[in-house]
Each structure stands twice: as structure tokens, then as C-alpha cells.
Design a protein around this ligand. Sequence first.
Ligand code: ARG
Length: 428
Amino acid sequence: MTQKLWGGRFEGEPSPLLRRLNDSFAFDRELFDDDVEGSTAWARALADVGVLNEDELDAILGALVRIEPPTGGDYEDVHSYVEAKLYELIGAGAGKLHTGRSRNDQVATDLKLWLRRACGEALDAASALIATLATRASEEAATPMPGYTHSKQAEPITFGHWCLAYVEMLRRDRGRFTSAVERGDECPLGSGALAGTPLPIDRDALARSLGFARATANSIDAVSDRDFAAEYLFASSLMLTHLSRLAEDLIFFTSDEAAYAELPDAMATGSSRMPQKKNPDVLELTRGYAARSIGELTGFVALLKGLPLAYDKDLQLDKEPLFRTRAVIASLLPALNELIAGLSLDRERMRAAAGGDALIATAVADALAATGMPFREAHDQVSRNLANLPSLAKQHGVTLDGMLAKKNSYGGTAPERVRVAAQEYLKP
Ligand code: ARG
């Protein structure tokens, strides 16, 4: 009676087979703090409209803070757990808390509170990575290396400029998390099961008491909407996609063939068989987790696409992809951060590679064009004289540092540009 939230019309107990399938407590207890927070606000709102008197409110609030975070037990879901504990602590008075509320508006609210924290964590993790990349960019603003297109040596760039490319991506990622929070900043509580609550609750005040900007405008949408969660998964999977590209670059930079950089020992693994190996597992796992997070996103959107309004139990499956994604971000980004901070560069080798014949071809064509020759003709001449590139370069005064310094328009790889750009991002 005190443990189940429903059952009056049913004969006997639910089948263990139903329980095993239907119960969500094994995973949704991650929403415990949010459920208590939402319940606390709801209890106050109930007192405001006279459903709870002062003593009843005090009893409920006093008990809510005493409930231990779940460690296990036989409950249908986290909401049943909180209510069962409330009964244990204060008896029948606990039964008033669910007045005018449904688990449908409750769970949507819990999830939004949870997502606000998850987005905050993602923002912090991305910011830490941005700071590390910008620091390295400022240190390596004048460190040349080959730049690639189609995985073929293209033109020289600086390592700092490469770092800042990922800073740009991460800054856009941060923007996506921020706008996901902003768009989702509406409180579903007070929407009831789907039609609204019969109590004269000031929903905007309730929303603000939970830190939301406002209340949701349509109760049917409020209990069925999971856009904010889809946006979190999209922002996460795109961020991990960016980091997967970074990982792929670094796997190449640290390969035996390129050997521009070496992983810090603490962020590499060995082989049980081959004594010489120093493996980039962290980077490979980054690629792997990016793949998985794209799967979380597509699975989640597929979950939503056929759902009739309003709440359907399919929505119970919205949680695990979110929880897994948060856990991945929490472990992966700090590891990447440490790896990038500890990456040691072989600057001589990078410089030698950046000054290779193939990489100066475009600058030689530019130099010919600067004498008045149409660029098309210059391009043609250089491409017919690739064997003579070094002497052509000498003849036209083309040097590696000169080439880099010339790429000084906004957004270019010139060391001076990179230094200034990195400083911008390092400003507090
Ligand atoms: N455990 C459920 C979920 O996660 C809570 C909402 C249940 N609502 C319902 N009408 N059965 O979605």
C-alpha cells in the first residue's frame, strides 16, 4: 500500500516478468536528487494553494531532506522510492504530496533538472579543453608543421593554428549546450498527467523556484516533449565527433611514420606481446565513443518519432542514453585534456617536414604570380617543374618562415596571427 503508486483496481500482484520489464529503478535512481528537488518545490506550491497546512508542509520538507540516496531495493521507479521513503518517515501525510501531480510532469521536470546539470558539466569540460588547446596554441604559435588536405601534404601551418581549429569547434559546441539549456528552460511541473493540474498553482512562480525561466505553455507538449534531451545528445555527439577528428589527427601525428609528437607516458598503453609499443588507446576510445554517441542520438530520435501524444511508456527508455553520454563526457574530456597538455612535440622534425618540397609549391606559384604572371600560368609552370622546386624557391626568395608569415590575414596561420588569436581565448 505504501510502496506502490497504483494498484487499487488490480487483483493480486503484478507478474515478476512485468516487473522486470517495466521497472526503471535500476537506472532512473540517477534522478534521485532531481526528484527530491522537484518534490520539494511541489510541496511548497501545494502549501501556497492550501492543500498542505504548515505542519504538513514542514513534515514533508523535513522528511524529503532525510531520505537517503537509493542503494538498491525493490521499487518500480525513483518516484516510487521517494514516496515509499516519505511514508516510512511520516506516515499517511506522505500521501498528500502527489495531489494534482502526475509522474508524467514529474519525470519530465526531473529530467530537465538533470539535463541542466549535465549541460553544465559538458560546458565546463569543453571550457577546460579550450583553455588547454589555447595555451598550447600560444606556446606553439610559431611551430611549423605540414598541413594536409586529402591526407596529402598541402601547405605549411603551425601547430598552434591546428590547436585553434579545435578551439573553434569546441566553442561552437559550447554554444549548442548553452542554447539547449536556454530552449529547455521551461518547467513542465503543474502539467499533470497531460491536461494540466486542477489546482490554482502559480506555475510561473513554481518554475522560477526550481530555477527555470518560465513554465511550459502546453500541458500535452510538456509531458511528451524530449527535445531538450535530443538537443543534449546532438550537442554531445557533435562535440565527440570533433574530438574524434582531433584524436584521428593525433594518432597520425604520433604514429611511427609521422612522429611529430609523442604521447605522455601516463596517457599511453603498452602491448602484452610487443615490447616496443606505445599505444594511443585514449585516442582510439575517443573515436569509439564518438561512434557510440551518434548511435545514442539516432536511437533516441527513433524512440520519439512514432509516439502519439501525450506520455507513452516508450519514454521511460529516454534515460539510459543520456546517463551513458554524461558518463562518457565526464571521463573522456579530462583524459583528452591531460593528453593534449602532455603531448611532446618533435619541433625539428615538424619543421623539416613542413619545409619539404611538396609544401612549397603553392608559395612558389604565388611568388611567380606576384611578378605579374597570371596565377593560372604560374600554377602550370610550377606543376611542370616540380623537380626544380627548391631552386625555384631560392630564386624567388620563398622560405618556410616567410611562407608562414605571409598567411597573416584574419584567420590565417601566420605565427603573429595565431599568437593574437590564442591570447583572445585565454582572456579570463
Ligand atoms: N518511470 C517512468 C518514466 O521514466 C515514470 C513515468 C511513469 N508514468 C506513467 N504514466 N507510467 O517515464
